[in-house]
Write a protein that binds this ligand. Structure first.
Ligand code: AHR
Length: 495
């Protein structure tokens, strides 16, 4: 393959990378909570019933923020069912996934988990079957000092100090006809504004996420967002985007080109936010919260059939999926000026980087790519200029074989490079025009010959992260030879 030149300059940046783009999502769905993070009967359980093996793995992903409790689940969830003495909590027929919800895990258990993991909590309120007042009361329960009903309820439940939840989603996927309580955008916007005002009245410091378009395929795509932002544009700090992608036609090259569509989705949402700001003269522009994203198309089991912790959407991930995860992260980093929060969906068992089976744990391919980025996430995003060979994707148009993003952190440069070629090594040069690359500090690669290769419980080394050394530095520039189907993360020391 011909050389690809990546040129960077510290004067061309997209601003600091918000660490929250490496967030996660914990939903009461399938086995994400129960048999995922929480399983008191497991040999791995700690005194709080949390699975230490799962948490030790997730700890490597350094997620700064965790979204909870849904997802579609939240649109039928009444938070008071999940607090207080466990013996008094109701067991309920759960409405989104046709499961049984025991409510053994609720707000206080989630906050305890966040404190243990150093995750900042991000809560979604129920604007499906719930009321704005119920949402407001949850903010009081979590964030108010004692001295009023719901804050005193929290203290009575063992937490005198406020939980101080800084970020709240105003519902989930309210544009989707599948969502409990779905209606026209104007109905949602009115209800969300009522909730927002009451929630902010309890705690003025909180930031709010308006529920944006969840699927490009819906007729309301972008028009939903426009109507919602007309009403919430001066109140919400962020609008949500969701994206699940797949390879249903079994065309790896096409699948890997999906980054074009992720870029376009971000840029369209941002354009709308700029339009609303300009139209209404808002001082602050609404920014983007990509609070569900991942590969998801192989396992569509979504009927819980009246079970507690049913096996739902337990997607198995292979090498090509891992490269697409790298593509999402590259796109978020390139758009660091507008994408401030992103949550991989989800964290365990349900479309997740780790799975459990009894007391065993499986580390999936996507885990390793996420970890490569998480270890290098601090700094300022640099805008890469790429000149190199391209190919045509039937679904997404022309793409470079090389996909990339870069972060500068003082005297270090982190660069992430995916080679989308199925069979050719890609020679790549990296030039930081106004600085000198002195030496490579470290580099890791996820690669393999077979795009469908995946880890199993018996062999967890099939798709994993390996040290990478095929890099040379001379005259202040770096050159690497990147194997086909690879995601590489490199850190260079600068002069
Ligand atoms: O993450 C699984 C589900 O996908 C979420 O509950 C929902 O928000 C989305 O449709």
């Amino acid at each position: 393959m011909e050389l690809t030149s990546i040129t960077l300059h510290t004067g061309f940046d997209a601003g600091p990378v918000d660490p929250r783009i490496f967030g996660g999502f914990l939903e009461h769905m399938g086995r994400c909570v129960y048999e995922g993070v929480y399983e008191p009967t497991s040999v791995h359980a700690d005194e709080a019933g949390l699975r230490t093996d799962v948490l030790e793995a997730l700890d490597q992903l350094k997620m700064p923020i965790m979204r909870y409790p849904g997802g579609n689940f939240v649109s039928g969830y009444h938070w008071e069912d999940g607090v207080g003495d466990k013996a008094d909590r109701p067991t309920l027929r759960e409405l989104a996934w046709s499961s049984i919800e025991t409510n053994d895990f609720g707000t206080d258990e989630f906050i305890g988990l966040c404190r243990k993991m150093d995750w900042s909590p991000m809560m979604a309120v129920n604007l499906g079957t719930g009321t704005p007042e119920e949402a407001r009361n949850w903010v009081e329960y979590c964030n108010s000092p004692t001295g009023s009903k719901y804050a005193d309820m929290r203290a009575y439940n063992g937490n005198v100090e406020p939980h101080s939840v800084p970020l709240w989603c105003l519902g989930n996927e309210m544009d989707g006809p599948w969502q409990l309580g779905h209606g026209p955008a104007s109905d949602y916007a009115t209800r969300a504004l009522q909730a927002a005002r009451m929630m902010k009245n309890v705690d003025r410091r909180i930031e709010l996420v308006a529920s944006g378009s969840s699927m490009l395929e819906l007729d309301t795509y972008l028009e939903w967002d426009r109507q919602v932002l007309e009403v919430l544009g001066g109140v919400a700090h962020y609008i949500s985007l969701h994206r699940y992608v797949g390879n249903p036609n079994d065309d790896t090259a096409d699948f890997l080109a999906v980054t074009n569509a992720i870029d376009a989705q971000i840029e369209a949402a941002d354009a709308l936010c700029r339009f609303i700001q300009a139209k209404h003269g808002h001082r602050r522009r609404v920014l983007l919260c990509f609070d569900e994203w991942n590969v998801w198309y192989k396992n569509m089991d979504m009927d819980g059939a009246g079970q507690v912790a049913p096996h739902l959407i337990e997607e198995r991930y292979n090498l090509e999926d891992a490269l697409v995860v790298a593509g999402f992260l590259n796109s978020f980093i390139r758009h660091a000026d507008v994408v401030k929060i992103a949550n991989i969906a989800q964290i365990v068992n349900v479309i997740a980087p780790v799975q459990t089976r009894g007391d065993d744990l499986l580390i999936q391919s996507i885990f390793h790519v996420f970890a490569q980025y998480a270890a290098r996430r601090e700094g300022v995003s640099l805008q890469p200029s790429i000149v190199g060979p391209t190919y045509e994707s039937p679904s997404y148009g022309t793409v470079n074989f090389i996909d990339t993003s870069a972060i500068i952190d003082g005297d270090q440069l982190h660069i992430f490079i995916t080679n989308r070629s199925l069979d050719e090594v890609a020679p790549v040069s990296v030039v930081l025009a106004d600085r000198t690359i002195r030496v490579m500090a470290n580099a890791e690669i996820v690669t393999g010959n077979d795009p469908k290769a995946e880890n199993t419980y018996d062999d967890q080394q099939v798709v994993t992260s390996q040290p990478f050394g095929d890099v040379s530095v001379s005259d202040g520039h770096a050159t690497a030879l990147l194997p086909p189907l690879s995601a590489t993360a490199m850190t260079f020391n600068l002069v």
